[in-house]
Design a protein around this ligand. Structure first.
Ligand code: ADP
Ligand code: MG
Length: 384
């Protein structure tokens, strides 16, 4: 969706040109899954798919919201009445950001927002973070708040955790706010330190495919909470602040101390080995051995499937089919129980791989997956 088009629709809806237009992307996580609520490492990169928002300030305490992608007209909310848990519609994401900014002491007097997004919703590609970050960046710029990107990401996370009520980590919002074109973002979720890691697959004749299974299994919310609680229990039993504090070479000893806590032991093993996989991925990319990250991605999938147990038949089918048809590596990405997988492959293999995936899904009587190439793209920015 072009910036001009979004601005024009804004003008039709609200009767005046917007003060500006901003964009914030969705993301895909290359490696580092279910580590971000364990103070661990993640490595997402931004997609070319983005939420674009046209925004103007108001001075009468009203927030008016409209999405080109949703049924229904403009939704009007009073800033004073914004409260966590009161909104179960899409509007909770941008309204939650306004609430979080005001709660943090920033004086906002109202806004008109029209947005449109090309990030597939519910596919594990963070359409929610794209909505939050585009709103936060627009208000930051219009009100001259001058907040650093990491701080905007934190406020967006607070909007999602508290206002929307989804207990997610800091990765999605940071990726949308901070990623750079041609790079993956190494993020230490403990201190929020970041490093941009050059990640230009096309230059090496490689591609990373995103395969959106278009399924979302209904129990995902409760299962996420259960994994999270299990990780916290593991940290408590091991006497550390977070599982991040268990070093990879101390894993066996830690597992030995968990006695008959079988489920906790599996969760701990995933988190500790996954942090190590992020570090291995960075080392391989730095040494120019990009193809060698394939098996690390696949190992990550096996760990999520067998130890963390958040995969599902559709995601396993993507990974198994891709590997059987020459992919260098593949893994589910995002929280699991549906959503998307990523596949690292030689460029020349893309057509035959895509065909094999389609055939495998048809044979299994699953809905056809959406396959697209993920090009590491820019983080949030002002367009107009
Ligand atoms: P994900 O972030 O993985 O896409 P979430 O469940 O976290 O999945 O967020 C999806 C929700 O975000 C949707 O149900 C909807 O409320 C909101 N959303 C996403 N895209 C849009 C859009 N274009 N317009 C309005 N709301 C959207
Ligand atoms: Mg989300």
């Amino acid at each position: 969706m072009g910036a001009q088009q979004v601005a024009e629709r804004f003008t039709e809806l609200y009767g005046a040109r917007p003060e500006g237009v901003w964009a914030a992307p969705g993301r895909v996580n290359l490696i580092g899954e279910h580590t971000d609520y364990n103070d661990g490492f993640v490595m997402p990169f931004a997609l070319p798919h983005q939420a674009v928002a046209a925004v103007s300030r108001r001075d009468d305490g009203l927030l008016r919201l409209h999405s080109a992608d949703m049924e229904g007209g403009v939704v009007e909310l009073r800033l004073d009445a914004l409260a966590p848990g009161t909104d179960t519609a899409w509007t909770a994401y941008p309204a939650g950001v306004v609430w979080a900014l005001r709660e943090a002491g920033h004086e906002l007097t109202g806004a008109d927002v029209h947005l449109s997004s090309t990030v597939p919703a519910g596919a594990g590609l963070s359409s929610s973070a794209a909505l939050e970050v585009v709103t936060a960046l627009a208000l930051n710029d219009l009100h001259g708040l001058d907040l650093p990107r990491w701080r905007l990401a934190r406020l967006c996370q607070r909007a999602e955790n508290v206002y929307v009520g989804a207990p997610t980590g800091i990765m999605d919002q940071t990726a949308s706010a901070c990623c750079e074109q041609g790079h993956a973002l190494f993020l230490d979720t403990r201190d929020l330190s970041q490093r941009q890691i050059p990640f230009d697959l096309a230059a090496e004749g490689l591609r990373l495919l995103v395969v959106d299974t278009q399924v979302k299994h209904a129990h995902s919310g409760g299962e996420y909470g259960r994994r999270r609680a299990g990780c916290e229990k593991g940290a408590a039993l091991l006497g550390v602040d977070a599982l991040r504090d268990i070093p990879y070479d101390g894993l066996d000893a830690a597992l030995g101390r968990l006695g008959d806590e079988e489920e906790v032991r599996r969760l701990v093993r995933h988190v500790v080995t996954e942090n190590h996989r992020v570090e291995r991925t960075i080392a391989l990319l730095r040494s120019g051995d990009t193809r060698a990250i394939g098996p690390v991605l696949t190992e990550g999938h096996v760990s999520l499937r067998d130890d963390f147990r958040v995969s599902c038949p559709e995601l396993d089918l993507v990974v198994d089919t891709a590997l059987a048809h020459g992919a260098l590596g593949a893994r589910m990405t995002g929280g699991g129980f549906g959503g998307s997988a990523v596949v690292l492959t030689e460029s020349a293999e893309v057509p035959s791989l895509t065909k094999a995936l389609e055939e495998a899904f048809t044979a299994a009587e699953f809905t056809s997956p959406r396959v697209f190439e993920a090009v590491p793209s820019a983080g949030a920015s002002r367009l107009l």
